[in-house]
Design a protein around this ligand. Structure first.
Ligand SMILES: [Zn+2]
Length: 499
């Protein structure tokens, strides 16, 4: 009885709503096919046209990993009569003239080939391009889906029609969904957070429960470097992720995934690269997983807070000393808290990877505003500068807060306050450097903090470790102008970084 009644109401609502929306809501429905063997993805898109005469799509984003010839991967674009097509390759524009058609569709191929005679020499080639090769497919939506220019914010759906049934499938929208035939939907405006697909015969997906949050670990199973990636990542699920959720007192995530696959077309050992997307991190690896891989994984997943949930300023370049440098410090203190880094690893990162290269750098005094222009052209110097500068200051500020409070408070307390401030703001309201200073003013002298931000972070003056005091746990020696931090006798890293 009860259920019949509900059904009656439901069908009434459905009928009612179909009358009340004479205009179909904008949609874009993608149907994808791949045979598991070839380098071609077949894409069929049906859509509602919000403009009467024509619809304009853009394919590819050269800013996504600097792929200036990305339009080359789209092939064999077709529309059905009476619709006609015009292409503007230079601007990556595809215009479809509807000519009175009531239904609209476009089909095309995506070429994800990896030519054997042109092996992958940088991780960028495979990281930011579609990879569709025998037994393996990795795809980001910007690598196969179209941008619509009419600002209609359609509901976009993806489903797979043909695919190798025996292959493992992973999608980053609803990772619990394991059947590629089931439709995945997302609002168009949310697609800027990216969607990732992995399908392959050498793919394993392991599921973890970290403090009630489903975590997914997607990796290649066997590779030419002899990696055991699922084994490599286990410590992250057992201790690092719990550490960092406890650090931020935050378990408000629907899920999180790590997708780490090795390069498919690589012939010698090269590095690793990655990018963060909503609720996850994608990495491509061209070598044996090593300590650098541990650091990169920890740094990138730590960006879920500093960098994603919390940023200073509108542009991520404005205050990279915070977005990258403070994130770096939070990364290594969490690696210490989770015991993935012991004393030696922690001090190595602080001294050899941060203090030494920074104090030896010719451009260590560069103004914060001069970084953006040279960031990519001189990454070794300018790209690294905000990471090191910010990490060193975060360490120093942590020491100041510990000293001022006799060990009662740490940088963590200040960052938690700042995070609380951000959560209290409206969704699109930004954190500012003033917010940072106000949060810090509860722990250290406000005027002094303001002065330090201007001198050390903005104007670029290096902190003079001769004239500062660290809290009891750390001591510093200076050789040839390069500071070197050590633990004091009896100090225990796991007690210093405890929460
Ligand atoms: Zn980063």
């Amino acid at each position: 009885m009860e259920s019949k009644k509900i059904k009656g109401i439901l069908s009434f609502l459905l009928i009612f709503s179909s009358f009340s929306h004479a205009q179909p809501k904008p949609f874009m429905d993608y149907v994808l096919s791949w045979d598991g063997d070839s380098s071609n993805l077949e894409v069929e898109l049906t859509y509602a046209a919000s403009q009467k005469d024509s619809t304009v799509f853009i394919f590819g984003d050269p800013d996504f990993g600097g792929q200036h010839n990305i339009f080359n991967v789209i092939t064999n674009i077709r529309v059905a009569q009476p619709e006609t097509l015009r292409m503007d390759k230079a601007n990556r524009r595809i215009t479809i003239y509807h000519n009175g058609a009531k239904k609209h569709s476009i089909s095309y191929g995506i070429d994800g080939s990896l030519p054997v005679d042109r092996p992958t020499r940088t991780t960028q080639t495979e990281l930011f391009r579609p990879v569709i090769t025998k037994g393996m497919l990795t795809l980001v939506n910007v690598q196969f889906a179209l941008d619509v220019t009419d600002e209609s914010n359609p509901l976009v759906s993806f489903r797979w029609r043909n695919y190798p049934e025996s292959f493992t499938y992973f999608n980053s929208i609803r990772p619990a969904e394991k059947n590629p035939r089931d439709k995945l939907s997302a609002q168009y405006d949310d697609l800027s957070d990216l969607i990732y697909f992995v399908i392959g015969d050498n793919i394993e997906v392991k599921e973890y429960n970290v403090m009630g949050i489903p975590y997914y670990c997607v990796t290649t199973i066997e590779d030419t470097y002899g990696n055991d990636l699922q084994g490599n990542f286990q410590p992250f699920f057992k201790s690092y992720f719990p550490s960092i959720h406890r650090f931020w007192k935050d378990t408000d995530f629907p899920f999180y995934f790590l997708a780490v696959t090795v390069l498919q077309n690589n012939q010698k050992e090269i590095g690793a690269g990655g990018f963060g997307i909503k609720n996850g991190f994608v990495m491509k690896l061209g070598k044996k997983f090593d300590p650098r891989g541990i650091y990169v994984t920890a740094h990138e997943t730590s960006h879920s807070w500093i960098g994603t949930k919390m940023m200073l300023g509108a542009d991520s370049f404005d205050n990279q000393w915070f977005g990258e440098g403070f994130n770096d410090y939070i990364t290594i203190v969490n690696l210490a808290n989770s015991k993935i880094y012991g004393e030696e690893d922690f001090l190595h990162y602080l001294n050899e990877e941060t203090l030494k290269p920074h104090y030896e750098s010719k451009i260590k005094g560069a103004h914060n505003d001069s970084i953006a222009a040279k960031y990519w052209t001189d990454y070794a110097n300018y790209g690294k500068l905000p990471y090191r500068r910010g990490c060193i200051y975060a360490f120093y500020l942590d020491n100041q807060i510990r000293q001022a409070s006799n060990g009662k408070f740490t940088l963590r307390n200040m960052l938690l306050d700042l995070y609380g401030l951000k959560m209290g703001k409206k969704r699109d309201e930004l954190l500012t450097v003033d917010d940072f200073i106000n949060a810090g003013a509860s722990y250290v002298d406000k005027k002094e903090l303001e002065g330090q931000i201007v001198r050390y972070m903005i104007e670029g003056e290096p902190i003079d470790f001769n004239n500062i005091k660290l809290f009891d746990g750390f001591e510093v020696e200076i050789n040839d102008g390069v500071p070197r931090v050590n633990l004091t006798e009896g100090a225990d890293l796991t007690k210093i970084y405890q929460w």
